[in-house]
Ligand binder design. Structure first.
Ligand code: PRP
Length: 189
């Protein structure tokens, strides 16, 4: 893909820029209320790369003293299906022992990535760990896991934008859109 983004590749806007902004403002207020009086430091972890936009916007809406950390994970499996076995490609730079961890994720699909990550983080003895995800596709769930904070419940469609990619591209769309099947079937030809 080169040149300007071809917005015609998007079948429809699923969540608009304005809706994202408004919902993150609400999530920020909820988190502020829940965490304003906790004992111990708060660490907001961005799961790279998809959560980058959500993480940056959410952090600014929380208005809490917190540490911003980044974690890179890669799951074994193919492009469309995660196995849930997670390998850390970039770890956070701070200890989370005794701290309140909030995981910022762009999307929860099978839930296997987060379920594995929760186990991994729990072994470091944090005071608490909560999941805050922008999008949730519960119809795809393969384990019993629900996000503690969720932006939007969405149907099972191929979504891109606001951090979510197609083949590494389209993360910088300001909205969440549904990719036309003709785009990915084009590549498969
Ligand atoms: C996506 C997303 C979650 C995971 C969700 O990441 O950011 O980490 O998949 O899938 P699951 O619930 O089925 O486990 P992806 O592997 O696409 O990496 P990226 O964020 O770098 O695009």
């Amino acid at each position: 893909m080169k040149g300007l983004i071809n917005h015609d590749d998007i079948a429809k806007v699923l969540v608009s820029e304005e809706q994202i902004k408004q919902r993150i403002r609400e999530l920020g207020a909820e988190l502020r209320r829940d965490y304003a009086n906790v004992e111990g430091d708060i660490v907001l972890i961005c799961i790279l790369k998809g959560a980058v936009m959500f993480f940056a916007d959410l952090a600014r809406e929380m208005d809490l003293n917190l540490q911003m950390e980044f974690m890179g994970i890669s799951s074994y499996g193919n492009e469309r299906r995660t196995s849930g076995i997670v390998r850390i490609t970039k770890d956070i730079d701070t200890s989370i022992t005794g701290k309140h961890v909030i995981i910022a994720e762009d999307i929860m699909d099978s839930g296997l990535t987060l379920s594995h990550l929760l186990q991994l983080l729990a072994s470091r003895n944090p005071a608490s760990v909560k999941i805050c995800c922008l999008l949730d596709k519960p119809s795809r769930r393969e384990c019993e896991l629900t996000p503690d904070y969720c932006g939007f419940v969405i149907p099972n469609e191929f979504v891109v934008g606001y951090g979510l990619d197609y083949d590494g591209f389209l993360r910088n769309l300001p909205y969440v859109g549904v990719l036309k099947p003709s785009v990915y079937s084009r590549e498969e030809e």
